[in-house]
Design a protein around this ligand. Structure first.
Ligand SMILES: C[S@@+](CC[C@H](N)C(=O)[O-])C[C@H]1O[C@@H](n2cnc3c(N)ncnc32)[C@H](O)[C@@H]1O
Length: 217
């Protein structure tokens, strides 16, 4: 399937499954990896007057919900983008009272922004990317970060039991339609790309089936 067709199929599937995903909440392990990467970084930045964050593939805003509970959340200016318009509409409804959060419908590769960010993060987004786009995403993130800013990728590992079970489930047609385009990334490959994209430091964290790659500019 060509890249463009695949992209529109992914958007269509997320639009269609918006109400299913809107009820979803993350597991304990998922929250733990988020705490150990994204929230730890935000805590290290809390003395700043203003913290600018970009979340790519924000879905219905699950992770902004946790960020919003931080004691210093008023200092945070959050932008969440997602190429599923329906998911963005849901996020806007959930967080309509939050003046420090903006949700926009956009494909990251076409997203233009003059702002420089303290943190850019991608949670379960790389599993939907074409492998050839990994380095484009990393380079773009690096260019959008302030000096000493962070990029974080959280996802499941390609070479894992979980990934094997998903591949088997797809092969046996036992999984819902929205799994069709899931292909987990290899974190050793992402680590190499992080280093070749000239991030100053690249660190990997693991909690059960989840991995986080924390890259500092
Ligand atoms: C599995 S969902 C994860 C959503 C959210 N990060 C979470 O953890 O709840 C992946 C999301 O990434 C979005 N996405 C995938 N590729 C994207 C791209 N190139 N630009 C913007 N959004 C993208 C999809 O529309 C989808 O909402």
């Amino acid at each position: 399937m060509n890249k463009q067709k695949r992209k529109y199929e992914i958007i269509g599937n997320f639009d269609k499954a918006t109400s299913i995903f809107a009820k979803w909440t993350p597991s304990k392990s998922f929250r733990e990896i988020f705490n150990k990467s994204v929230l730890e970084i935000l805590n290290s930045l809390k003395k700043k007057d203003r913290i600018n964050i970009l979340e790519v593939g924000c879905g219905h805003g699950t992770w902004f919900g946790f960020i919003n509970q931080l004691t210093f959340s008023k200092k945070i200016e959050y932008i969440g983008i997602d190429f599923s318009r329906k998911r963005v509409e849901t996020a806007k409804k959930f967080f309509k009272k939050n003046r420090n959060a903006r949700f926009l419908a956009a494909d990251y590769l076409n997203y233009d922004d003059v702002r420089k960010y303290d943190l850019i993060f991608f949670i379960e987004v790389f599993q939907y990317l074409h492998k050839n786009d990994f380095s484009k995403f990393l380079k773009k993130a690096k260019n959008m970060l302030r000096k000493n800013g962070y990029a974080v990728i959280i996802d499941k590992e390609k070479y894992s039991t979980h990934s094997f079970k998903i591949s088997l489930g797809k092969f046996l047609k036992k999984l819902p339609y929205y799994y069709k385009h899931v292909h987990y990334p290899s974190f050793s490959h992402l680590t190499r790309l992080g280093k070749t994209s000239s991030f100053n430091s690249v660190k990997k964290i693991k909690v059960n089936e989840f991995n986080a790659l924390v890259m500092k500019n």
